[in-house]
Design a protein around this ligand. Structure first.
Ligand code: DHB
Length: 390
């Protein structure tokens, strides 16, 4: 059995784990990052595409990504569509901040390249079996694809290992202990070859259900359609998908083209019952899940990481435990605000199966109260563009 010693053991090479190793390295703290997936899988899985302003600045300033300077596209607002008309929320005018369209897998490519150039110990195809706090250190028991057992011994272990986190069990005592909500719908996501149908994102509430028009480039578009959680992504023809999208966007015109990827995204809200215990902590989807409406998942994971990185600097460089013990309290405040925002956007924009006419008309009343009030628009803009990170 091989033993690897480091300062911080990080389980998961998604955005949270990679950003954490990057910020720790800048502070002179060594880490080992492991992930059960291959580099190719991590770099090519399609995820969300909206990044908050502060995170773009951080990726630039920390040397995590030079490409964001060139390739991320600023979006100064979004459109809310309902009752047959579109209403623009102008983030830039309301709160002086934009959001940026830059797909998550591009962030991952940049961070992996930056970490490799920095000599990071980054291991793909390594599965974490268990994590433990054993008093004066924390341990991750792993196995490689070749069935070799490797023990990682660290001063601190972080679970950035997603919604099926192995580290969560060591922190909360169970896989499922926490606060949980499931929704009676999902999103059917597509990537297609087509020109953009709009310059900004369109979030559309319609009697047929929700739809979201997003973009990727001048030739590739990302769109989502509310569907049943058990929807088989291959059951609909391209024509049926376009017909459903057009019905939900009408009368806004939609440019179509070949659909080359389809996926179904489940809707869940979850917050783990604990985020830290002894020499272990959780960040990102290991700590919480938000439904995708409003694009908070990646941004919230990155906010956890910034808070935790500062706390680990205090602990490992100065022997000060105060910040690590306060990590859950500080992170949870933002997590619950993001839970509320994602829940609110979800409930305001989706059609619940079997809904009553009262519910539908109340929902329109809610949407009009937002767009006809500057305070309502500002509330949405502050949350969507991301609250400042103190
Ligand atoms: C995208 C995803 C979201 O969940 C969202 O709210 C906006 C955009 C996207 O994939 O582009």
């Amino acid at each position: 059995m091989t033993v690897v010693r480091t300062q911080v053991g990080i389980v998961g090479a998604g955005p949270a784990g990679l950003l954490l190793s990057h910020l720790l390295a800048a502070a002179g703290i060594e880490s080992v990052v492991i992930d059960s997936r291959s580099r190719d899988e991590i770099e090519n899985t399609v995820r969300a595409g909206i990044i908050e302003d502060w995170l773009i600045q951080l990726l630039k300033d920390s040397g995590g990504s030079d490409r964001v300077l060139r390739d991320a596209q600023p979006h100064q607002g979004i459109e809310l569509r309902f009752d047959g008309a579109g209403h623009r929320i102008d983030f830039h005018a309301l709160v002086g901040r934009d959001v940026w369209l830059y797909p998550q897998h591009e962030v991952l490519r940049d961070l992996i390249a930056a970490r490799m150039a920095g000599g990071q110990d980054l291991r793909f195809g390594v599965l974490a079996q268990t994590a433990h706090d054993v008093g004066e250190r924390a341990v991750i028991e792993t196995t490689t694809a070749e069935a070799e057992a490797i023990t990682i011994e660290a001063e601190f272990v972080v679970g950035a290992d997603g919604s099926r986190s192995v580290v969560r069990e060591a922190v909360t005592g169970s896989q499922t202990d926490g606060y949980f909500k499931e929704y009676p719908f999902a999103w059917f996501g597509i990537l297609c070859e087509a020109p953009p149908s709009a310059p900004e994102l369109i979030y559309s509430n319609s009697p047929q259900g929700f739809a979201l028009i997003s973009q990727r480039s001048q030739t590739v578009q990302r769109m989502y359609l509310q569907c049943d959680p058990d929807q088989d992504p291959d059951a609909l023809t391209d024509d049926e998908v376009w017909e459903a999208l057009r019905a939900r966007l009408a009368p806004h015109p939609l440019a179509d083209g070949p659909i080359f990827q389809r996926d179904v995204l489940r809707f869940r809200s979850f917050v783990a019952s604990a985020l830290q215990r002894g020499r272990l902590a959780l960040v990102g989807d290991a700590a919480h899940t938000v439904p995708p409406t409003g694009a908070k998942g990646l941004n919230l994971a990155a906010a956890d990481v910034v808070i935790l990185a500062r706390a680990l600097e205090a602990l490992l460089l100065r022997g000060d435990r105060t910040e690590i013990e306060r990590y859950p309290e500080v992170a949870l405040k933002r997590i619950w605000k993001a839970q509320q925002f994602s829940y609110w956007m979800t409930s305001m924009l989706h059609t619940v199966p079997g809904t009553t006419e009262f519910d539908r008309l109340r929902q329109l009343g809610e949407l009009y109260s937002v767009i006809e009030s500057e305070a309502g628009q500002r509330f949405l803009a502050e949350a969507y563009t991301g609250w400042p990170l103190h």
